[in-house]
Design a protein around this ligand. Sequence first.
Ligand code: ATP
Ligand code: MG
Length: 456
Amino acid sequence: MMKWLKSKRKKNRDSNVGVSTDPVIITRSEHGVSRKNIDEPALKVLYRLHKAGYQACLVGGAVRDLMLDRHPKDFDVATDATPEQVSKLFRNCRLIGRRFRLAHIHFGRHIIEVATFRAAHGELHEEHHDESGRILRDNVYGEIHDDVWRRDFTANALYYNIADFSIIDYVGGAEDIANKRLRLIGDQETRYREDPVRMLRAIRFASKLGFTIDDSCKQAMLELGPLLGEVPSARLFEEVLKLFHSGHAEESFFTLQEYDLFKYLFPDVVKQLQDKTTAEFIRLAMQSTDDRIKLDKPVTPAFLFAALLWVPVKELTEANIEAGMPYAIALQKAATKMISQQVRHVSIPKRFTTTMRDIWALQSRFRNHSGRRAYSVLHHPKFRAAYDFLCLRANAGETNVDDCRWWTELQEKSPEQQQKIISAQKGGPRTRSNKPGGSKKPKGGNKADTDSGGNR
Ligand code: ATP
Ligand code: MG
């Protein structure tokens, strides 16, 4: 297909990708996208719109993924029907959104999002942007060639037309997909200013799809990172989850650092990464999250955020102890401070910060191997996540491996044996000076390795 595309497409050698007025139409026989790989609900929506006389295209990541032979995460549809017209065609339709109305068509748990073609601007128009260039208003309906401008990368700007099963390509997206290349549509600085989250999207697609970020969109990423500070923290939370909970957390973590963007998301963590043990601990947390996603095991943002903030929390706890606070209060105060500093950048919903605190608080309690205290640790609702966290720390050399081994072995015993072991242990918890954990390297792996990251 590559050779053919090159000859079919007018060459665009500028660093800025323009939107041609004369799209390349890749006909059914010239591309590999098959209807059998499109989910039934998406096909239903496309056909019904088409039968009612509207244009209807599959668009965005779905077309990209189908061309890459991957199963799309979701199917988005673009049409020239207005949301109200869409709504009249589908009983199971809900209109959402204030800034821009979208139609959500519900099929059980699945939702097909239908957006009306809308015009956006490659140029900065004062009335549509704030002082730094961020889009404020984005609600003008348009035609398909206008709609291309509101896409980010060429690979995300292909339209699969249900009328004749062709792919409509205004920007050379098919060629870029074949070359595994990410190129922004339009002028990179303008597009990142309009929506700085596009920088994070670039990282995500590069990490997830193995695409190369084209030089034409690299430079601005290195310069415009501070604009991420203007993005609402709740939106950044969503974006961070997409980066770290899509099975490519480890790769995304490194790519974020390569583009110097990590520091705008986690400013209190970035200087800790200079320390090899801390960096390894976070890498292991990312890796185990990826492993769990591959195995279809549950994951929670609390685990990753707890891992990211652990060392800053631990250091602050130690400083608080030096200032005379008892351990439990020192930890609580440190946790409150670090969380409140972090949520200014990337918000973390309360239900997750509660679990993060539990994971952190349990770390020192794992030193208790006897009596009622050990028993209550074992039966704590967050025991499993905190135990996995402990073993990751041990594997990274961030704490002694002994506690992880002890609790691993304990879990292999029957409840009766557990009771015996716990009541047979002599002595109470270890001295406070040891808390929340030394840094003796583990001598080897442990049984928990295969299941660490317990993001429950
Ligand atoms: P994924 O596989 O993660 O779903 P996607 O490319 O489908 O990736 P979505 O967030 O589902 O991403 O968005 C669908 C499409 O909408 C994108 O492919 C892109 O064309 C467009 N889009 C989404 N967010 C933006 C953005 N911030 N700027 C420009 N275009 C965007
Ligand atoms: Mg998508």
